[in-house]
Write a protein that binds this ligand. Structure first.
Ligand SMILES: Cc1ncc(COP(=O)(O)O)c(C=O)c1O
Length: 442
């Protein structure tokens, strides 16, 4: 079920034109709304305005990428300066060195970094790196894990219950029509937060497994977080079995100054990154310990992994990303944390006040009200809750929040440094109004 938008004639007209030239009028599946999307016109700070003039607090921040919201002065200045200097070139530039230095200084697993243009691309290159390093080809990932649009790592992202198989050894299920069986045969699917079953699967397939990839926070809908003991088991087993452990921190890097790995105190071998590190421009990055990154080395002849790309390390993404990340000082992360904690705490109070079943999840600058009677601990529980009304409730909540001047990603709240306590007050009042209307649904 998709959220319903208010009456919007200008967006309707744009959508009509779009339908002539794009399949069903869309180019991003995640942006689907009914009867059509709202088209954006401009944004400033934490406010985004649609083409009808509707102004809302932007809690989507382009799928979490915009940690500073919109139009922050330092970022606009950096764009002007860099676009005047150099937009792209085949020559390397100082900004790529600066951004790599910053990541290596902050992210525990990163001794060296390579750049890409999206999180998806970072994951694709990470898989090549792990295969080249280990000489093995299979990958392991958790059921329901999202790692971008690469067919191998997209396996079992959203399988339907009929295809799940054994809960202790889930089937590898295609996420697209037409994915070759040979791709699925390369994937071992682990049940998230089931330590014993996952350990057994890793041991059984150790001779074929090049890597385990996991988002250590998993901030997609439902916010099903890997438990600390589960991540610790992955770290210990991969080390013992000669399997590369990859943390996909494309989204979770916004959780702290040193990423989720710093927060949880577990250091993977490789880390994929993206989103916030581009300051709003397209980016991806792969970092890791020198030993693992040596597959890209040309010091002793041809590299094991050849990696290039027309827009790789383009100076716009590198410079703007560097400026955006420099603004994310420990104090800036602390302030985002404080606002996030306040929002989560008061969301929970409002939920309890209206007697809405559920709980509030989130870390740092991310929060969501999960309207589910039971705590959701893995993908299957999430999928069943979705079938039993969770999706519908999220869509209604999102639609009601829009009426309150709050633009959210499926009712979730992604904060930016452009927000302050006044915006949180406005938000909480909107949530109160929305939940008062929703009470009758329970
Ligand atoms: C954990 C994770 N990995 C990879 C990706 C893919 O990144 P991109 O959309 O930049 O390709 C995403 C995007 O949401 C993500 O959340």
């Amino acid at each position: 079920m998709q959220p319903v938008i208010p009456n919007a004639p200008k967006s309707a007209a744009l959508f009509e034109r779009s339908r002539q030239v794009m399949p069903s009028g869309y180019t991003r599946q995640m942006t689907v709304q009914k009867p059509h999307p709202l088209y954006a016109h401009h944004a400033e700070g934490c406010w985004i305005t649609d083409v009808e003039g509707g102004r809302r607090v932007d809690y989507t921040n382009n799928f979490t990428a915009l940690i500073h919201g919109h139009g922050r002065r330092e970022i606009l200045e950096a764009i002007t300066q860099q676009s005047g200097n150099l937009i792209s070139s085949i020559m390397p530039t100082e900004p790529e060195v600066q951004l790599a230095e910053l990541l290596c200084e902050r992210i525990p697993s990163c001794e060296e970094v390579r750049f890409m243009n999206s999180g998806t691309e970072a994951v694709m290159i990470a898989v090549k790196a792990a295969r080249a390093f280990t000489g093995k080809s299979k990958i392991a990932k958790v059921e329901g894990g999202y790692h971008g649009q690469f067919d191998l790592t997209e396996t079992s992202f959203q399988p339907s219950p009929e295809l799940w198989g054994d809960p202790k050894a889930p089937n590898a299920v295609s996420n697209q029509v037409g994915t070759p069986q040979s791709v699925l045969d390369e994937v071992v699917v682990l049940p998230l937060n089931d330590i014993e079953s996952s350990r057994a699967l890793l041991r059984r397939h150790a001779d074929e497994l090049s890597l385990v990839i996991i988002d250590p926070l998993r901030m997609q809908m439902g916010l099903v977080e890997p438990e600390l003991d589960y991540l610790t088991m992955l770290r210990e087993e991969t080390e013992r079995l000669g399997i590369v452990l990859i943390f996909d921190e494309v989204m979770s890097l916004r959780s702290s100054y040193s990423g989720t790995q710093g927060l949880k105190g577990i250091t993977p071998d490789l880390t994929t990154m993206g989103k916030i590190i581009g300051g709003g421009f397209p980016i991806g990055a792969l970092g890791g310990k020198r030993e693992f990154m040596s597959v890209f080395s040309i010091d002793e002849g041809d590299p094991k992994v050849k990696h290039s790309g027309t827009f790789t390390a383009n100076p716009m993404s590198m410079h703007i990303g560097h400026v955006a990340m420099e603004l994310m000082t420990p104090a800036a992360f602390d302030e985002l944390d404080r606002l996030g904690q306040r929002l989560r705490g008061e969301l929970e109070e409002i939920r309890a006040h209206f007697g809405i079943p559920g709980y509030v999840e989130g870390v740092g600058s991310v929060g969501a009200l999960i309207m589910s009677e039971n705590h959701i601990g893995n993908y299957r529980e999430l999928a069943l809750a979705a079938r039993n009304g969770l999706l519908e409730r999220i869509a209604v909540f999102q639609s009601l929040l829009m009426e309150e001047g709050l633009s959210t990603m499926r009712g979730g709240f992604i904060l930016s440094t452009a927000m302050d306590d006044e915006v949180i007050d406005f938000t909480l009042q909107g949530v109160r109004n929305a939940l008062a209307k929703m009470k009758s649904m329970f």
